[in-house]
Design a binder for this molecule. Structure first.
Ligand SMILES: CC(C)(COP(=O)(O)OP(=O)(O)OC[C@H]1O[C@@H](n2cnc3c(N)ncnc32)[C@H](O)[C@@H]1OP(=O)(O)O)[C@@H](O)C(=O)NCCC(=O)NCCS
Length: 178
């Protein structure tokens, strides 16, 4: 398996992967919603605000992940991990965890300090995420499942307490994702 930092021209391949994976796991409607989100995000990849990494086997994309910048009033380099998908045929073989670990190493190399995500703690705890209180870092929008708000430090320091509510990239700034 190889990992590749993707550019905008991969947007159709990325969107197709997310549509197909989420249609299989969550139903067609969710598949369309997340496929559209992935297309919108991939169309604005700039390797600063929006980073996308693909996992490939024999030149076929078998997984992909997005990291998007969270902006605070404080000068801190923080990212959000979402969404991530591994093709249905390759799930449960460690691809998802390897893709996330590769992405976190890449963010550390770029001096990111904090990563947050919003998902299943049972899965994300395997790659270092812990429950994140909104007293430490608020979510950009009200959460329907506060127990899914997770984070980890990418530096030697613990996650700092940040007072301002962060702003996410515009593609995520919609209530249906929260
Ligand atoms: C979630 C996902 C990215 C994980 O990738 P993967 O390659 O299948 O996962 P890995 O093989 O690296 O890790 C598997 C472990 O995670 C757990 N796991 C996998 N998917 C999970 C899920 N949706 N919820 C909770 N745990 C999950 C498994 O139980 C397994 O644990 P084990 O190793 O102790 O048996 C992938 O299954 C997927 O794309 N699912 C559909 C889309 C989705 O739910 N994306 C995440 C939300 S954005």
């Amino acid at each position: 398996m190889k990992f590749k930092i993707l550019e905008k021209y991969s947007k159709d391949e990325v969107a197709n992967l997310f549509t197909s994976v989420f249609s299989s796991s969550e139903g067609e409607q969710e598949g369309r919603l997340i496929g559209k989100l992935a297309f919108e995000l991939a169309s604005r990849i700039d390797n600063q605000e929006i980073i996308c990494i693909g996992a490939y086997e024999n030149r076929t994309m078998i997984g992909a992940i997005f990291f998007t910048r969270l902006r605070f009033d404080e000068p801190i380099r923080a990212y959000m991990l979402a969404p991530v998908a591994v093709s249905t045929a390759h799930q449960g073989k460690g691809v998802g965890q390897a893709l996330i670990s590769f992405g976190l190493r890449e963010l550390k190399n770029r001096s990111a300090a904090v990563i947050v995500t919003y998902g299943d703690p049972a899965f994300y705890s395997k790659v270092g995420f812990q429950a994140l209180s909104e007293d430490v870092i608020q979510s950009p929008r009200p959460l329907s499942m506060p127990e899914g708000w997770l984070g980890q430090s990418l530096s030697e320091e613990p996650i700092p307490i940040l007072r301002s509510r962060p702003v996410c990239v515009q593609e995520f700034d919609k209530p249906e994702y929260w």
